[in-house]
Design a protein around this ligand. Structure first.
Ligand code: SF4
Ligand code: SF4
Length: 188
């Protein structure tokens, strides 16, 4: 191939590829956008579309936590630290702290599986970003909280019964995936 032919071929290829590239670019001007503006311009919050067994950031209902420490023991990477103290006057045992380091958490669910009351559970929350790693340690006790003692024959006080039922429902759904529903499961 002569030098002139090679030169013309290169120019032709350059012009052609520029037009091909620009054609793709300009075609996007008339297409429906594939992107969405998260989080304020979506039809409904993402959290509402997640299945019930989604393993989001852990939450703890201290009102139904017995202080059995099963979750702390079963966590393979020591994300959970629980402190229990005895009040010498009342002889009542209370939580001094119940912290979960969600920075370390790998969302394996072993703690939630081990919990007898369903008080520690995965929420549908996944937006945990903050400015400092210390902000990722969730503190569930801000003042001494008494340990929960399950009543023989079940709870009768409506507020506590509702909490116990929520915990039990979570345990049932977490342990039996075939029984779990949820918006995401229904849609998917
Ligand atoms: S989900 Fe797993 S890693 Fe996270 S706190 Fe529970 S047991 Fe530990
Ligand atoms: S959250 Fe559950 S497993 Fe952990 S201490 Fe409380 S009752 Fe026990």
């Amino acid at each position: 191939m002569s030098a002139i032919t090679e030169y013309v071929k290169n120019i032709t290829e350059t012009v052609t590829t520029i037009f091909e590239g620009m054609a793709i670019t300009f075609s996007h001007l008339v297409r429906r956008p594939m992107t969405i503006q998260y989080p304020d311009r979506i039809p409904k919050p993402v959290q509402e579309t997640l299945p019930l067994r989604y393993r989001g950031i852990l939450e703890v209902d201290m009102d139904i936590c017995t202080g059995c420490l099963a979750c702390e023991r079963d966590c393979p990477i020591s994300c959970i630290t629980i402190g229990i103290e005895m009040n010498k006057e009342t002889k009542q045992r209370t939580f001094s702290h119940f912290d979960i380091d969600i920075c370390k958490c790998m969302y394996c669910g072993l703690c939630a599986e081990a919990c007898p009351t369903g008080s520690i559970r995965h929420s549908q929350e996944f937006e945990g970003a903050c400015y400092s790693p210390s902000g990722l340690v969730r503190h569930f006790v801000t003042e001494p909280v008494p340990l929960y003692k399950p009543k023989k024959g079940g709870e009768t006080e409506p507020k506590m019964k509702a909490k116990v039922d929520i915990g039990q429902k979570y345990l049932d759904e977490f342990a039996t995936p075939e029984g779990a529903g949820g918006a995401g499961a229904e849609e998917g």
